[in-house]
Ligand binder design. Structure first.
Ligand code: ADP
Length: 163
């Protein structure tokens, strides 16, 4: 089966990466779709986010990385995906994700959304938290792949402060 994993990935975290690895072992194939949202200014351009994900997932077979604009269900159709993959960290994620899953099924009844619970040690992780820590030179090596950490410190023009 092929799973579509859509998201902002601004930037990719180890929580996302854990979901990608586990999704691949469940489904066999995955398309990671980086959202281009015209109404939001991202920290990293979609080209940068795609490049970061390609590099960070290069060791995982059967992963394709694309960028998309619009509805995830249309992207699923275009890429022949069988399921939509999303991650759940906390109850707050669940309410939002359930609404989106119901909305998607009201439009396309054949596309199932599959949720994977975050690994406990990644449950606090979000792209915004990582950016806040990186901005002030905090250590983020346990939060993001090396390539992303490098890009963040370069972007904020800081060096990592060792503890
Ligand atoms: P979006 O803007 O679509 O929510 P994100 O990049 O924030 O994009 O998240 C993409 C998906 O990855 C979402 O389903 C989100 O719940 C999931 N996710 C984000 N962080 C983690 C994490 N630490 N562990 C597991 N899943 C996560």
């Amino acid at each position: 089966m092929r799973a579509l994993y859509p998201g902002s990935f601004d930037p990719l975290t180890l929580g996302h990466l854990d979901l990608i690895e586990r999704g691949i072992s469940l489904f066999g194939e995955m398309v990671i779709a980086v959202l281009r949202n015209p109404s939001k200014i991202p920290t990293f351009s979609h080209e940068q986010r795609v490049e970061q994900i390609i590099k960070a997932t290069s060791y995982i077979p059967n992963v394709q990385v694309i960028s998309f604009e619009g509805l995830a269900i249309n992207c699923a159709k275009a890429t022949n995906a069988d399921v939509l993959l999303r991650g759940l960290r906390a109850l707050s994620d669940f309410e939002y994700e359930l609404q989106i899953a119901h909305t998607n099924r009201s439009i396309d009844n054949n596309l199932e959304t599959v949720f994977l619970a975050t690994a406990v040690h990644h449950s606090f992780l979000s792209s915004s938290v990582v950016k806040e820590v990186a901005r002030f030179g905090g250590s983020i090596s346990h939060m993001v792949p090396e390539i992303v950490a490098k890009d963040l410190y370069t972007l904020f023009n800081v060096v990592e402060i060792s503890q």
